[in-house]
Design a protein around this ligand. Structure first.
Ligand SMILES: [Zn+2]
Length: 105
């Protein structure tokens, strides 16, 4: 039994040396993993900062095709922009209507 324990102990001592190399590699792995985690958190925070999560403040979205896949060759104004454009059109229409009155007045 004792002879077997000594034989088992020898390989363990040999394995202790490579651990130093593993410890040297750990910091690099930790930093890489940390950077990935940080980037992921930044992406989530960025999505929350968008005033419109649909178009991500691009004000344009790709309309879905009949297959349901977004058609990247086309771009349509987002619903959030349509509301703004509708208001601008109303204001433009009001100006068009007001101008003649002021001209006549
Ligand atoms: Zn939008």
């Amino acid at each position: 039994m004792e002879s077997q324990e000594q034989e088992q102990g020898a390989p363990h001592r040999e394995n202790l040396e490579p651990v130093g190399d593993v410890l040297k590699r750990l910091p690099t792995k930790n930093t890489s993993e940390a950077s990935h985690q940080v980037s992921g958190q930044e992406a989530i925070e960025a999505q929350e900062e968008y005033s419109c999560p649909i178009c991500r403040d691009y004000h344009f979205v790709h309309p879905p095709c009949e297959d349901g896949v977004p058609d990247y060759s086309r771009t349509v104004p987002c619903s959030c922009v349509r509301e703004i454009w509708a208001e601008k059109k109303r204001l433009a229409m009001l100006r068009m209507c007001e101008l003649p009155k002021k001209a006549q007045g």
